[in-house]
Design a protein around this ligand. Structure first.
Ligand code: SF4
Ligand code: SF4
Length: 288
């Protein structure tokens, strides 16, 4: 089963939930934790994995053989990302705009294009002291495209159906979030009772509706002002999976690199119950 932890807004406690869910389930399931926030991964600070493998994340970018190129301009025409431009005597590539889609290679009538590897970051994997299979991607500074790393992370390990794969999504509602959510079985949305939390939750609801992914919400840092956000979630007919009250001692503990279930072990049972609810919900969905 693949479960994404997403938030829309940054800083709502997504990694707090993802790491604590992983730690709660690892005693009874084979758990994979994938930190897909490749621009600022931080799951390792809480799970302390022993990194055992490291490999380059690459995209394949075009290299043009000027001896074969007739400057017909077809590659420039088909590039949807404006990564190629034609001058009087050459085709110029802007590698930072190239998505490695291969359209130019495919369409070149002279077979003048070959593809070469362009490293955009690294993917590291290993195991945590409590046995969670850990993987995260780290985008190179100045590289603008996180999605190819996320795509490669998802292929990196054989993620069997009997494992629980927890994908810690990037914040926001951009294409890297869509890439993380693609093909997951369920999404846990983490929000907070603030106008920004409400606004961004609405955005992510829209994405999930388009992708047809069922979801539940955790309201983090409740402080007695959550009726607005509860109303919104109710209107969307989405279950509230858990509420976590604002607590300075939790905030201080998390800031020092401890997970919620380490700080308050009673949450372990709550995470297990939440997972059981999701599992039962998906089993009923499958039957229907
Ligand atoms: S499509 Fe091929 S031949 Fe035409 S301009 Fe591009 S590289 Fe040159
Ligand atoms: S691989 Fe795709 S994005 Fe990159 S230059 Fe070719 S057509 Fe454009």
């Amino acid at each position: 089963m693949q479960i994404a932890i997403a938030s829309g807004k940054g800083g709502t406690g997504k990694t707090t939930i993802a790491t604590s869910l992983a730690k709660s389930l690892v005693g009874s399931h084979k758990v994979h934790y994938l930190d897909c926030d490749v621009e600022a991964p931080n799951g390792h600070l809480f799970l302390h994995p022993d990194i055992q493998t490291q490999k380059d994340a690459i995209i394949r970018i075009p290299q043009i053989d000027t001896n074969l190129c007739t400057l017909c301009g077809r590659c420039v025409e088909v590039c949807q990302f404006h990564a190629l431009a034609q001058t009087a005597d050459e085709i110029v590539l802007f590698p930072e705009l190239c998505h490695g889609c291969g359209s130019c290679t495919w369409n070149c009538p002279e077979d003048a294009i070959t593809e070469i590897a362009n490293p955009i970051g690294i993917i590291e994997s290993g195991i945590t002291p409590d046995g969670i299979n850990f993987c995260h991607g780290v985008l190179k500074i100045s590289e603008p495209m996180p999605t190819p790393i996320i795509r490669q992370m998802r292929k990196y390990k054989s993620l069997s159906r009997d494992s629980v794969v927890i994908l810690d999504a990037p914040p926001g509602a951009s294409c890297s979030v869509v890439e993380t959510l693609r093909a997951v079985d369920y999404a846990i949305l983490v929000t907070e009772p603030s106008p920004f939390g409400k606004h961004d939750l609405l955005q992510i609801f829209g994405i999930l509706k388009d992708l047809k992914i069922p979801a539940g919400v955790i309201i983090n840092r409740t402080d007695g002002h959550e009726s607005d956000i509860e109303q919104l979630i109710l209107e969307k007919q989405i279950p509230i999976l858990m509420q976590i009250p604002f607590d300075k001692s939790i905030a201080a503990g998390i800031a020092s690199g401890r997970t919620l279930v380490e700080l308050q072990p009673e949450y372990r049972e709550r995470f297990i119950a939440m997972f059981d609810f999701i599992e039962s919900f998906l089993a009923v969905e499958q039957v229907c």
